[in-house]
Design a protein around this ligand. Structure first.
Ligand SMILES: Cc1cc2ncn([C@H]3O[C@H](COP(=O)(O)O)[C@@H](O)[C@H]3O)c2cc1C
Ligand SMILES: O=C(O)c1cccnc1
Length: 350
């Protein structure tokens, strides 16, 4: 499978099923419209699946993609890069925030190393999908070659396709990667035209005084990228992104190609989603913004999708935590369409 074939496999969502879900909602045992945005979400699920009522997701899986970042050399994170591999091991052992929240909502956690700096084998319980040991410094040169970027996209797509074959019916995107909020800010600025100062934040608690330096690093990267030959949406991802962004874009495209909904996490996964949508606009129909990250760029994916994220709990962690918390909302949105009595039933009994 090539990236082009993956993109071509994504079909537009089913507008007729969307309308059937809207009509159905109007006749259910409640004042029409009273379930608010849950009604809209249910209709979107119908459009994604092409069925009304849509299937109720019962096997959610969060894919945590992990990688390191050459831009760390610019002093954009207060944390050493070794924390990435250490967090991968913690996720595999079940001790990260993503694991606690996944257990709460009944989701399976799959962690894939797509490019950490580790030298030895990946720990038990971690999928070894390493494309290279970290990216290059995106302030100085393209973070990935186009081929490396394609390989990472296809690695994520392969993981997602296997999970869907195994019964996963709701994909959730997660990540770890020290330095990845810098790459995310660069991607967001490049894909949306936003000023770096408006979409660059403190990430994992970067010292306040150094956030201005981080903005400068993003500006330098964008200027470098703008002066380079234009390779379109893929070139932007390769130039400014991380291997985990590319892998998550692959997860999203594979979900969309299989008509499986994808719940997108915060600013890092959101940046990957902007890449996925730039590569394949139809994929937007299968993406749901799970929550609004408290990072300054957190609103950009909801803005791109034209609807607010499901939750806003001031989370700014990543790993998939915010999107996982929205899993019951997706299940409820499908379930009300599938299980509620109609107004006609109610009035018959009145
Ligand atoms: C212990 C720890 C656990 C994390 N889990 C997610 N992140 C989040 O913070 C990192 C990005 O922030 P920055 O760009 O400032 O380095 C990523 O690993 C992201 O997943 C973590 C960060 C740390 C330190
Ligand atoms: O919202 C996120 O994805 C996020 C925010 C801060 C640090 N890491 C990730």
């Amino acid at each position: 499978m090539t990236v082009e074939e993956l993109i071509a496999a994504v079909r537009p969502v089913d507008q007729e099923a969307l309308q059937r879900a809207r009509d159905r909602h109007a006749g259910l045992a409640k004042p029409p419209g009273s379930l608010g945005r849950l009604e809209h979400l249910g209709a979107r699920l119908a459009a994604m699946s092409g069925q009304c009522p849509p299937p109720v997701p019962s096997a959610p899986v969060v894919v945590v993609a992990a990688a390191d970042h050459g831009v760390h050399a610019e002093g954009v994170s207060d944390w050493p890069q070794e924390v990435t591999a250490a967090m991968v091991a913690t996720v595999a052992a079940g001790g990260a925030a993503v694991n606690a929240i996944a257990r709460t909502v009944g989701a399976r956690v799959v962690v894939a190393d797509v490019g950490t700096l580790r030298l030895g084998p990946v720990p038990d319980g971690v999928r070894d999908e390493r494309v290279r040991s970290g990216t290059r410094d995106l302030a100085v040169e393209p973070a990935m070659t186009l081929d490396e970027c394609r390989t990472a996209i296809l690695a994520g797509a392969q993981v997602a396709a296997e999970l869907i074959d195994g019964g996963a019916d709701l994909l959730v995107t997660g990540e770890v990667g020290i330095g990845n909020t810098t790459a995310s800010a660069a991607l967001i600025a490049a894909y949306t035209g936003a000023d770096p100062a408006d979409v660059t934040g403190k990430g994992a608690n970067l010292d306040h005084g150094r956030t201005a330096h981080k903005v400068g690093v993003v500006r330098t990267a964008l200027a470098r990228h703008a002066a380079a030959p234009d390779h379109g949406a893929l070139g932007t991802l390769a130039s400014l992104g991380g291997l985990e962004h590319a892998a998550l874009a692959g997860v999203m495209l594979a979900g969309a190609a299989a008509r499986v909904p994808v719940l997108v996490d915060g600013v890092v996964a959101g940046a990957a989603a902007l890449a996925a949508v730039a590569l394949c606009p139809e994929a937007a129909g299968y993406l749901v913004a799970g929550h609004t990250s408290a990072e300054p760029g957190g609103h950009t994916l909801p803005d791109r999708l034209g609807e607010p994220a499901l939750l806003d709990l001031s989370l700014r962690l990543g790993e998939g935590t915010g999107a996982l918390l929205a899993v019951p909302l997706v299940q409820a949105a499908a379930r009300v369409l599938a299980e509620m009595a109609t107004l006609a039933d109610v009035t018959k009994n009145a």
